[in-house]
Design a protein around this ligand. Structure first.
Ligand SMILES: *[C@@H]1O[C@H](CO)[C@@H](O)[C@H](O)[C@H]1NC(C)=O
Ligand SMILES: *[C@@H]1O[C@H](CO)[C@@H](O)[C@H](O)[C@H]1NC(C)=O
Ligand SMILES: *[C@@H]1O[C@H](CO)[C@@H](O)[C@H](O)[C@H]1NC(C)=O
Ligand SMILES: *[C@@H]1O[C@H](CO)[C@@H](O)[C@H](O)[C@H]1NC(C)=O
Length: 291
């Protein structure tokens, strides 16, 4: 074989292998202040465990651009993800990291014919965020206890133009949150709106919902937000199953859960930026859902 043919042979072998083994394409959606580079380990794990899998880490709104409003980002990610889905007869798997989890929820809500089989949320603030994480310090480096005052900024028209504010969920400012949050509150069905039924039907097309998180995360606050738990007004964490929007089945989570389609994988000793690079997490929480 001449050297010229090598790349083609490698590519075609990969495609053939994926076809024969039937691995579905995997789409990765990155988090805040990161980009595809941070997912090279995860891509390697995938390649080793499921050789030939076609993996796409979407290179959109990377790094500082990840601060842009989430609905805007959703439009971009949806159009990047749509053709991959359309070419995948047997469906795709989605792995969404951190803020990327919220983007994936927006994409799924607005793609009513999606074919996502496993939706894997890797330490995503699914029920919101209320903590002095380094993302906040990035904007307000001098301030101590930014979280107590962030609502003044986040719950305004201007604030909602920054991604973190789209899921900023101050448990002491319920009314302001419900009035101003134009992303998380409607997605979680905390408000009535015209798209609720369509979004819910779309959510129910997911076959497996995998929630991964842990107490040593250090960024997602409370960390239970990664498994749909959240603070009440006393900052006591209320678990997913007792959340009002769960009990009302406002966006389909209760139905999925009752079908046994929701899996929680709680892992200690993993810091926020190591989730996607930790082989143990991959083997115990991700690998088996990618067949
Ligand atoms: C996948 O693994 C094979 C060997 O198992 C290697 O040749 C190839 O370069 C890897 N591809 C990626 C994208 O890591
Ligand atoms: C409902 O969905 C449509 C199409 O995605 C969008 O244009 C509209 O703003 C949405 N309405 C609400 C209340 O979210
Ligand atoms: C918060 O704590 C106060 C005082 O302990 C209690 O009266 C109240 O019911 C608690 N609120 C919630 C939502 O649990
Ligand atoms: C990977 O995760 C395991 C927990 O499953 C943890 O004990 C270990 O320290 C982690 N490794 C790294 C490098 O973060």
């Amino acid at each position: 074989m001449t050297d010229c043919w090598r790349p083609f042979v490698i590519i075609w072998s990969a495609i053939l292998l994926a076809y024969v083994t039937g691995y579905k394409p995997v789409i990765i959606v990155h988090g805040i202040l990161d980009g595809p580079k941070q997912f090279e380990n995860l891509e390697k794990f995938l390649n080793q465990s499921h050789p030939g899998t076609i993996v796409t880490t979407i290179a959109l709104y990377d790094y500082i651009a990840s601060m842009k409003p989430l609905w805007l980002q959703v439009d971009g990610f949806r159009e990047a993800i749509r053709p991959i889905m359309e070419n995948a007869e047997d469906g795709v798997h989605l792995i969404c990291f951190s803020q990327g989890g919220l983007i994936c929820r927006g994409v799924i809500a607005t793609l009513p014919k999606h074919n996502v089989r496993s939706l894997i949320f890797l330490s995503s603030p699914l029920a919101g965020q209320y903590g002095d994480s380094y993302y906040l310090r990035y904007f307000f480096p001098q301030m101590y206890q930014v979280k107590a005052v962030a609502y003044h900024f986040c719950y305004t028209k201007c604030g909602q133009k920054i991604s973190i504010c789209n899921y900023w969920n101050d448990p002491h400012q319920r009314d302001r949150y419900l009035k101003s949050s134009n992303y998380l509150a409607p997605l979680n069905g905390e408000l009535e709106h015209a798209n609720l039924t369509v979004w819910r039907d779309s959510f129910l097309r997911i076959q497996k919902l995998v929630l991964i998180g842990g107490q040593d995360d250090g960024v997602i606050t409370p960390w239970e937000s990664s498994i749909f738990g959240y603070y009440d007004s006393n900052e006591t964490v209320v678990e997913m199953e007792k959340q009002d929007w769960f009990l009302r089945d406002a966006f389909g989570l209760k139905t999925l859960n009752s079908k046994g389609a929701v899996v929680k994988c709680v892992v200690h000793d993993v810091s926020h930026t190591s989730w996607h690079s930790n082989i143990t997490v991959f083997q115990n929480c991700i690998d088996k859902w990618l067949t």
